[in-house]
Design a protein around this ligand. Structure first.
Ligand SMILES: [Zn+2]
Length: 88
C-alpha cells in the first residue's frame, strides 16, 4: 500500500495494480488532451445521429435501438459507428 501512495505522489507511470493509481487517471480526464474530440456519429443499425466523446471510457449505446456505438479501448474509445464529423 505504501508503494501505491509513493507512485501517486511522484506521478510515475501506473502499474495498473493499485486502486490509488486510478485516481490520477481521473485527474487527467479533467484536462483532456487535444486529440480527444466530440464526434457526431451515425448508428449503423438505425441511422440515428448522436454526439459522443472520443475519449470516453464507457460503453455508448444508441438511444433508439441500443446498438453499441463506442467501446472503451485503452483510455480511448473505439468507435463502432459511422463517424459523420468532428465537433469543435
Ligand atoms: Zn441505432
Amino acid at each position: 500500500m505504501q508503494l501505491c501512495y509513493k507512485q501517486v505522489w511522484n506521478k510515475t507511470e501506473e502499474t495498473g495494480t493499485c486502486r490509488v493509481i486510478s485516481l490520477t487517471k481521473k485527474e487527467r480526464i479533467l484536462y483532456p488532451k487535444p486529440r480527444s474530440a466530440f464526434l457526431l456519429v451515425k448508428c449503423i443499425n438505425c441511422g440515428a445521429e448522436k454526439v459522443i466523446f472520443s475519449g470516453s471510457s464507457s460503453h455508448i449505446k444508441c438511444d433508439s435501438c441500443g446498438q453499441t456505438l463506442a467501446v472503451p479501448a485503452g483510455g480511448r474509445a473505439k468507435i463502432t459507428a459511422q463517424i459523420i464529423k468532428k465537433m469543435d
